[in-house]
Structures are given as C-alpha cells and as structure tokens.
Design a protein around this ligand. Sequence first.
Ligand SMILES: N[C@@H](CCC(=O)N[C@@H](CS)C(=O)NCC(=O)O)C(=O)O
Length: 209
Amino acid sequence: MIQLWGGGTTRTMRAHWILHEASVAYEPVLIGSRTGATQTEQFRALNPKEKIPVLIDGDLVLSESAAIVSYIADTYARELIPQPRTVDRALYDQWCSFVLMELDAHTLYVMRKHRDLAALYGEAPAAIDTAIAGFKKQVAVADAHLNQHEYLVADRFSGADILLSVCLSWAKLYGIDLTDGLIAYNKRLTQRQAYRDAAALNFSISAGA
Ligand SMILES: N[C@@H](CCC(=O)N[C@@H](CS)C(=O)NCC(=O)O)C(=O)O
C-alpha cells in the first residue's frame, strides 16, 4: 500500500491532491511540521532532510512535493502530465520550476520564514516587502497566460496547475491581493472533488507552530 507522510501544510497538500486526482488508494500518515515528528529516528531514515511530504511506493521513498506530483501522474494518471520528451512536457517543467522558485522559495517562503517563523529565522521587514513585490511581479506572468488559456499547459488540467493553485491559496492566506482572473482560476480548481477530498484530509491537522 502506498503511504504518504505529512499533512497540514501547503507542500503536503500538493501530494494529497495529486493522489486524489489519480484515484490512488493510499495510507496517509498525518505527521505535522514543527511538531518534532520529522525528527524521529524512523522519519529521518525516510528523509534525512527532516521534511514532509514523503511518499513510499514499494521500494521507492520519494521526497519533494513537486517530484511526488510528477511521479504519481507519470505512474498512475498519465492524463495529468504531458508525455516525456515532448514540447508540452518541457513547458510543464518550466511552469513547475517557476512556481517552486518564483512563487514558493523566493517569495511566499521568505514571508513564512521572516514573519510566521521570525522567532527562528529573524525578523526581516525589508525582505518581506520585496518578497511581496516579487510575488506580484512573477504571478502576473501566470495571470497573463491564464487570460489566454484555461490551464497552464496544453489547455488541460495537470500537476502544474496543482502547484500553482496551492501557491495562490497560500498567497490569499497571506493577504496578497490577486487579480480577478487568478481568483477565478483558483476557485475553479479548488472546486474539483479531488481537491476537496484531499484538503479535508490534509488540513485535518494544522501546520504546526
Ligand atoms: N522542497 C520541499 C519543502 C518541504 C518542506 O519544507 N516541508 C516543511 C513543511 S511545509 C517541513 O517538513 N518542515 C520540517 C518541520 O517543520 O518539521 C517540498 O516541496 O517538499
């Protein structure tokens, strides 16, 4: 039985959502972040980075939320990801890298680190201001694309939309104003049954302090 470790965060949400989209039966192991549960000997053996989510499928132990999204789609739901070695797959990879770097690591996560987790990482108001400005500038590129297309790649729902939608929900939670177009796109995606079922499970525990 496939296992997915982790819950309560936007990164774990990505993995729960793709598993639900793919209708894959799995056992959720709902450990939370910053609870100490990622520092046990058992968990460190799965992921020495001490981070959730982690997927176990047979002999494969896979961390990194975006890698999990692509693996599940490639293996169990090929309609959710363009085929390898195609132009659409290159564009899919481009959008995934964009979301992970420009909307997650460089911007939203900077806000998380220096605002929510300032006790650990230090306060940095200037970094937060530039993170918000950076997020708005970068997300405008996705907005312009989505004004012309229903989805990010090949005009069909894919794992890349999961990554973007989760970041848009995260931005909303942080009080960042989004355009009507992005709000409508996100609403459409979060109305999917798979999203609702995954969110009910993922957010049944909280993110941790
Ligand atoms: N790049 C990783 C980031 C994973 C990550 O940072 N996870 C956080 C929760 S969102 C975590 O597990 N932190 C360790 C802890 O809080 O115990 C991914 O996308 O999967």
